[in-house]
Design a binder for this molecule. Structure first.
Ligand code: ZN
Length: 460
C-alpha cells in the first residue's frame, strides 16, 4: 500500500514530468521547510522579486519568517499585507481583492507571488495568479482546509459563495513548525473539513449513479489510506502534536489533489458543505462576519450528512414511491415561493438560489421516471453507497477526540434555524446530492427533527 507521502511524491513527479503549467509539482512538508524556499526559488525562478502576500495575522505568524529566509538567501523580496473590507474584521476571498492583487502583480513581470496564509489568502493568490497565467507558491499557516493543492477556489461573488476554477499552486512549503502553532481551532477545522470524505464520496457516487455525473475511481480512492491514518490521530491533532499535525497536513494535500484529478470539488464536498456554505451566505447577506471557520461548520454538517445517508441506505426499494413523489411535485411553481424558506438571504441572492435549484429539480413525469429508475436499481445503488460509508458515531467520536465542536448551537445556530438549514440548504447549488433524493422522496421534512435531536438533544 502506497503511503500518503509516497502518493504525494508520485503526484508531484507526474506533474513535473508533464511540464504543464498550473499543476503542483513540488511539495515540501516537515519541520523547518521554509528554509528550503530560497534555494528552490533560485533554481526555478532566478532573478525574480518575491511578493509575500498575507493578511496581518499570517504575516506575523509566518510572513516575517519567510521574508527573512528569502532575504537571507539573497532574494529580492517585498510583502503585501491584504486588509479586510471596510467595516470587516477578517479578510474575505471576494472579487474586489482578487482584482486588486492582480493589478498589483501585473505591474512587473518579475513579481513572483508567494501566498503565506490559510484558505482565504491562498485562494486569493491562486485565483489572481491564474487570471494572470502565472505560477504561485503557498506557505500554509494552518491545516485549516483542503484547498492548498486543489484546482478550485471559493469566492464570494455577488453575495453568493461560488467555486471557481484556478491553476493549482506550483509548490507548497508546509512548515509543521508554523502549522502546529496555529490556533487549535484552525487545525481542528481542517480535521472537520476532511471528516466529510465518506459522505461527500457517497453524494458524488449517488450523483453518478442517478444523474450520470462523471466519476473517477482514482480520485475517489486516493484519500482512503491517508484518511484512516488521520482519523487515528484525532487526539494528537487537537493537541498540536508535530507528527499528528504532519499527518493531517499530508491528508489535506492529498485531498486537494483528489479534487484536482476529479476536476471538481465532488470528492471532498457534498451535502455537508452546503450546510456550511449556507450559513456563510446568510451571514454575508446580513453584513455580518461568518459564524465559524469553514471546516468547523463542515464538521457539524458532516454529522448531519452521515446520519441522513445512513438512514437513506436503510431504505428498502419498496419504500421508494415515484408516483407519490410526482404528485407532490407536479410543476416548478413552488420554487417561485421559496423566499420564506430563506429569511436571512437577500432578494438578489434568493434569485440566484432559485436558478440553481431550477437547474437540478425534476417534476411530474421526469421525477417519476428518475425515481422509478432509482427504485429498480436500488439494491445495487445502496450496496455501492454502503461500501464507502463509515458509521457516523465513529466520525462523531473522532470530532470529539480532536476537541472540535459537533453542535450547531455552539456556533449560535438555534434549533429552528438548524432544522431550516438542513431542509433548504440543498437549494443553493445545482449539484445533485443525497439531500435532493431524500427530499424528492418526501423524507427530509420528517427526518430533520430527529437528526437535530440526535445532535443537540431533545427539543425543550
Ligand atoms: Zn471544505
Amino acid at each position: 500500500m502506497e503511503t500518503a507521502s509516497q502518493l504525494l511524491d508520485r503526484l508531484t513527479a507526474d506533474a513535473a514530468r508533464s511540464g504543464q503549467p498550473g499543476r503542483t509539482r513540488h511539495i515540501a512538508l516537515g519541520e523547518g521547510v521554509i528554509d528550503a524556499l530560497p534555494a528552490w526559488l533560485d533554481a526555478q525562478h532566478p532573478g525574480r522579486i518575491d511578493v509575500i502576500v498575507a493578511d496581518a495575522n499570517t504575516y506575523a505568524a509566518a510572513g516575517k519568517r519567510v521574508e527573512a529566509a528569502l532575504e537571507g538567501g539573497g532574494r529580492f523580496t517585498t510583502h503585501l499585507v491584504l486588509d479586510p473590507r471596510p467595516g470587516e474584521d477578517t479578510l474575505t476571498c471576494e472579487t474586489g481583492v482578487i482584482e486588486a492583487l492582480r493589478t498589483f502583480l501585473v505591474a512587473s513581470d518579475r513579481f513572483n507571488a508567494i501566498a503565506v496564509g490559510s484558505g482565504t489568502v491562498s485562494d486569493i493568490v491562486k485565483r489572481a495568479c491564474s487570471e494572470l497565467e502565472r505560477p504561485c507558491q503557498v506557505v500554509p499557516t494552518a491545516a485549516s482546509m483542503n484547498g492548498y493543492t486543489s484546482g478550485i477556489v471559493a469566492v464570494l461573488a455577488g453575495g453568493v459563495k461560488r467555486t471557481w476554477p484556478c491553476r493549482q499552486a506550483e509548490a507548497i512549503f508546509a512548515d509543521i513548525d508554523v502549522i502546529r502553532h496555529a490556533p487549535a481551532v484552525m487545525n481542528q477545522a481542517g480535521f472537520g473539513d476532511l471528516l466529510s470524505k465518506p459522505y461527500s464520496h457517497a453524494d458524488w457516487l449517488l450523483s453518478h449513479l442517478v444523474r450520470g455525473v462523471s466519476y473517477s475511481d482514482e480520485a475517489a480512492r486516493l484519500l482512503d489510506e491517508a484518511w484512516r491514518q488521520m482519523i487515528a490521530r484525532a487526539e494528537g491533532i487537537g493537541r498540536g502534536e508535530a507528527e499528528a499535525t504532519r499527518v493531517l497536513m499530508e491528508t489535506i494535500l492529498v485531498s486537494g489533489f483528489s479534487m484536482a484529478i476529479a476536476g471538481s470539488s465532488a470528492p471532498a464536498s457534498g451535502g455537508e458543505h452546503l450546510i456550511s456554505h449556507y450559513w456563510d451566505m446568510e451571514e454575508h447577506c446580513q453584513d455580518r462576519p461568518v459564524r465559524a471557520l469553514h471546516g468547523t461548520q463542515v464538521g457539524i454538517g458532516t454529522l448531519v450528512s452521515g446520519r441522513l445517508i445512513e438512514r437513506l441506505v436503510g431504505l428498502e426499494a419498496s419504500e421508494i414511491d415515484p408516483d407519490a413523489a410526482a404528485a407532490r411535485r407536479p410543476d416548478p411553481s413552488w420554487i417561485d415561493a421559496i423566499d420564506a424558506d430563506h429569511p436571512l438571504l437577500t432578494p438578489e441572492v434568493i434569485a440566484e438560489v432559485k436558478a440553481q435549484l431550477r437547474d437540478k429539480q425534476l417534476h411530474a413525469d421526469a421525477l417519476r421516471d428518475e425515481l422509478a429508475r432509482v427504485r429498480d436499481a436500488w439494491p445495487e445503488i445502496r450496496e455501492r453507497l454502503r461500501a464507502s460509508l463509515v458509521p457516523p458515531d465513529e466520525v462523531a467520536a473522532a470530532l470529539h477526540a480532536a476537541g472540535a465542536t459537533s453542535r450547531a448551537s455552539a456556533i449560535g445556530v438555534d434549533r429552528p434555524h438548524f432544522e431550516r438549514t438542513i431542509r433548504v440548504c440543498r437549494h443553493i447549488r445545482s449539484r445533485y446530492v443525497a439531500l435532493d433524493l431524500i427530499d424528492d422522496l418526501g423524507l427530509l421534512e420528517r427526518w430533520t427533527p430527529e437528526i437535530v435531536t440526535s445532535m443537540e438533544g431533545p427539543a425543550r
